[in-house]
Every structure is written in structure tokens, then in C-alpha cells.
Design a protein around this ligand. Structure first.
Ligand code: ZN
Ligand code: MN
Length: 483
């Protein structure tokens, strides 16, 4: 163990490909995958003489995101060229936004920690740029080929403020998760980290606890999951501490995360900003927003995940974990609320939705909101239980049948005759069980209370789950007293 205690500070750069029909500066289709180089044109191949025209839908998606992240909006904003040479960048520069007036500035995103506390992570900028092509490396054959389908896809970059507010691998993960869920709610990104449509690049640095100075940061890439974000930051903080403890220094560089080995690997020494020779893009006109347009976009924003989680918790008295799980997917949360409004017990709706319905949906590979069980049908099921028409045990059987047939709960119950047995019927069953087991009755009379469970079990079995436990216990009590 080292003598010095270190703390980690983590800045985050996230890139999200936008969900537009076409690319950022040309009419090529914006879609993941496909045969290499089938969605390209002179503009996104960077051929001489081609001219870019910006995609208004992409601008609006960035504006929506910036507003949702509580940013101030730059009324006048321009594009810049970021110059560097790499085969995935055929123009020799990336069109991006540099300097103090990207579309959004000075916002924040709130994360909720495991203990329920909320922390604000400040965001310094939200800007619009274009994605690069993709290099495909031959394994050991000594060459690489290029796919430019991704070249020119609209890309949004979201950067946290300095000094960093994120102070652990866990917070870095929570930030990435919270950001993804905002992007999904806004419908501006599909947020697929495993496909690279959302890329989180933390840059951790460490310093001795109590120090005023910040340490040298490194940038992490290839983090293809939330778990990788947390593990990568944690590993890198330890690696940096080990460097310092060994009398070496941390070098500013880009490291790739090796998921299998669980380590970071040096990729390249970091360029400094000057090397990009940024200058205003002469082929594009500036974007001038008018405030009326900004306000109309602001007014169209949906309720965002964290606010919705809080509201669901209060309005429906849900446990925090349930609310969080429901809200993580907007369609599931909508489904829940539609069902809860029609049901007499919202908590029970949440339980059935997150329990049996989710299990069935997962097994079928369908989203919960798209199974044959509608929100109204789930409410109907819960109402039948609340009314005492069916038992919870029978309801499990009913929902399976609903899932297969798409019938309502009431229909299934009527078709299969699953309503709760009346007290007379249960009393008859109890009498039969007692008559058939005189030795067990004698044991109970002799003080062996455990044997009572056996009789109850026999009654439940005979009633095929349709008898209410309360009824069984009460009638059993009466019958034993008279036996
Ligand atoms: Zn194109
Ligand atoms: Mn970028």
C-alpha cells in the first residue's frame, strides 16, 4: 500500500451519432452497417470541388439536446475545420465547431447515486460535427481497408466542464448512463455503445488528496459498455498512481481499453490543439437561431428521465429501484403509466410489469411494451386480483395465457373458469380433506401444529390454486374446532 492517498478527477467527452435520415453535409443515407462504401458521394468522400450543405434536422437535434442539458444557446454559431491526416478522414479535415460559441454552452446533467443523492455534472459545450469513416484492419496480413459509409454521419459532441465534477469510475458510469437515457428520451440517438453510435471517452487524472493542482490526464477509448467505462477509469486511476509511486510521471496520451485483459494500452501520444490548425469553414454559412424557434423547441421537450423517476416514485408510491427500472426505457414507462391509470393498484402494476411480463417478454425477445399483453389488459388483470375474482397464484397462469393468445385477463378467466372458489365450495373441500385424514387431525388435536400445514396444502391442491389463503385458513380453523 502506498503512503499517499490519491483522488481521481474525470472529464468526459461523449460522441453520439444522430438519428437523422441523411448525413450531415450530403444526401447519403445515415444508417449503421451495410456493404462497405455503398452510401457515399463526392461530398462525404471528400472529392475536390464538392460542397457541403448542412442538415437542418441534425442542427435541431443538437439544439434539443443542449436545451435538455440546461445549456445556454449560442444565437450565432459557425463551423470550423479541424485539420489532421488520417485515412478515415478523406477531406484531410473534420467539419466541427471550435471556440466559444458551439450550439450549447454551460449546461449540466444530474446523476443519481446509489445512496439516492443527486449530483450535478457541469457541461461546458454541446456541438455538432461529422463522423469519420472506419478503418478495417486485416489481422496480421499487413494492410487496412476503408469503409466510408460512416463518413459524414452527423455527430454530436458533449464535453463536461473543468475542473471535473466526476470523481470516480462509478460516477463516470452513472454519467454515461444518464446521458444515454436523455438521448433516448429525446429520440436523437439510439445510444448503442456496442455499435459505437454512442462513445464515451473519459479522461481521468489523479492528485494527492488535499492538493490544489490537477494531475496530467489521459484519454480512454474503446469503452464499449457502461461497465467498461467504470472499470476503465478505475484501472487507469490505479495505473497512474503506480506510475507516480514508482517515481515516474503520467504522460498525456490516449489509451485503449482492452476488455478481455481488463487493462489500458497506450495508443498514441496526445496532439495539442494548435496542431489541428482550426479555422472557420468557408464553404458553410453561419447558423443564426431566433429566440422564438429556440423557445418552440424547448416547449416540445419531453419530461426527462430523472424528473420522471422522481414523479413516478411520488405519484405511484413506487420503490426507487422500480421507478428507475421503469423509466430507463421510455416506452416501458409510458406503458406503465397507461396501465397504472386504469388499474386500482399502481404498485401491483409495476410488480407484474417488472416481474412476470418482463420475464415473458425477455424470453420472447420482445420489448415489454410490444407484447400481446396491452396496458389495458394488464390493468384488467390487476383489477381482477384486487377485486378478489382471482388469486395471485392463478394470475400467474392467466398472464401466461394472455401473453400467448392476446386475450384480456377477463376473457382468459372466463374461458378457463379460473374465478376464485366460493366459500361454500372451499368449505366442502376442507370437510373432505379433514374426513380423509383422521390421523393428521388427531395429531393437531394433540398439539402438533405443524401438521396443520399439511392439511392446508391438501386443500390448495384440491382447489387448484383458486381458493384464497384467507378463506382456507378461516374455514380450516372452524372445521378443526368442530372435528
Ligand atoms: Zn455523401
Ligand atoms: Mn469530436
Amino acid at each position: 500500500m502506498s503512503q499517499t492517498e490519491y483522488e481521481v478527477k474525470v472529464g468526459m467527452e461523449c460522441h453520439a451519432e444522430l438519428l437523422t435520415q441523411s448525413k450531415m453535409f450530403c444526401g447519403c443515407r445515415n444508417e449503421f452497417g451495410g456493404e462497405p462504401n455503398t452510401r457515399t458521394c463526392p461530398v462525404c468522400l471528400g472529392l475536390p470541388g464538392s460542397l457541403p450543405v448542412f442538415n437542418k434536422a441534425a442542427v435541431e437535434q443538437v439544439l434539443r439536446t443542449a436545451l435538455a442539458l440546461h445549456c445556454e444557446i449560442s444565437l450565432h454559431t459557425i463551423f470550423h475545420r479541424k485539420n489532421y491526416f488520417y485515412p478515415d478522414l478523406p477531406k484531410g479535415y473534420q467539419i466541427s465547431q471550435y471556440g466559444s460559441t458551439p450550439i450549447g454552452v454551460n449546461g449540466y446533467l444530474e446523476i443519481e447515486k446509489a445512496d439516492g443523492s443527486v449530483k450535478q455534472i457541469r457541461i461546458t459545450r454541446v456541438h455538432l460535427e461529422e463522423d469519420t469513416g472506419k478503418s478495417i484492419h486485416s489481422d496480421g496480413a499487413g494492410y487496412s481497408v476503408m469503409d466510408y459509409n460512416r463518413s459524414g454521419v452527423p455527430l454530436m459532441e458533449i464535453v463536461t466542464a473543468f475542473p471535473p465534477d466526476i470523481e470516480s469510475g462509478e460516477e463516470a458510469r452513472l454519467y454515461a448512463e444518464a446521458l444515454r437515457s436523455v438521448l433516448l428520451y429525446l429520440n436523437v440517438s439510439d445510444g448503442r455503445m456496442e455499435q459505437g453510435s454512442l462513445r464515451a471517452e473519459p479522461n481521468p487524472s489523479i492528485r494527492p488528496v488535499g492538493s490544489e493542482m490537477f494531475g496530467v490526464k489521459t484519454e480512454l477509448k474503446n469503452l464499449n459498455s457502461f461497465r467498461a467505462v467504470q472499470r476503465g477509469v478505475e484501472y487507469e486511476a490505479q495505473r497512474q498512481a503506480a506510475e507516480i509511486e514508482a517515481g515516474r510521471v503520467v504522460i498525456q496520451a490516449t489509451y485503449g481499453w482492452d476488455e478481455e485483459k481488463g487493462v489500458t494500452v497506450l495508443q498514441r501520444l496526445k496532439e495539442v490543439e494548435q496542431e489541428y490548425r482550426y479555422f472557420p469553414e468557408p464553404d458553410l454559412i453561419p447558423i443564426d437561431f431566433d429566440t422564438e424557434y429556440i423557445e418552440s423547441v424547448r416547449a416540445s421537450l419531453p419530461e426527462l428521465p430523472l424528473a420522471r423517476t422522481r414523479r413516478l416514485r411520488e405519484q405511484y408510491e413506487l420503490p426507487a429501484a422500480d421507478a428507475l427500472q421503469l423509466v430507463s426505457d421510455r416506452a416501458t414507462a409510458d406503458f406503465f403509466e397507461e396501465s397504472a391509470k386504469a388499474a386500482k393498484d399502481a404498485k401491483a402494476v409495476a410488480n407484474w410489469l417488472l416481474g412476470d411480463l418482463t420475464r415473458l417478454a425477455n424470453a420472447a425477445g420482445t420489448p415489454v411494451s410490444e407484447t400481446p399483453v396491452t396496458a389495458a389488459a394488464l390493468a384488467d388483470l390487476v383489477n381482477l386480483i384486487v377485486a378478489g375474482t382471482i388469486t395471485g397464484k392463478i394470475a400467474k397462469q392467466v398472464i401466461e395465457e394472455m401473453f400467448v393468445s392476446g386475450k384480456t385477463a377477463s376473457q382468459v378467466v372466463a374461458d378457463l373458469g379460473l374465478t376464485v372458489s366460493g366459500a361454500d365450495e372451499v368449505a366442502g373441500i376442507v370437510a373432505g380433506v379433514i374426513a380423509a385424514n383422521p390421523d393428521v387431525v388427531a395429531k393437531i388435536k394433540g398439539g402438533n401444529e405443524k401438521s396443520r400445514g399439511f392439511l392446508v396444502g391438501q386443500v390448495m391442491k384440491a382447489a387448484k390454486g383458486r381458493a384464497r389463503p384467507d378463506d382456507i385458513n378461516r374455514l380450516m380453523e372452524e372445521a378443526l374446532a368442530n372435528a
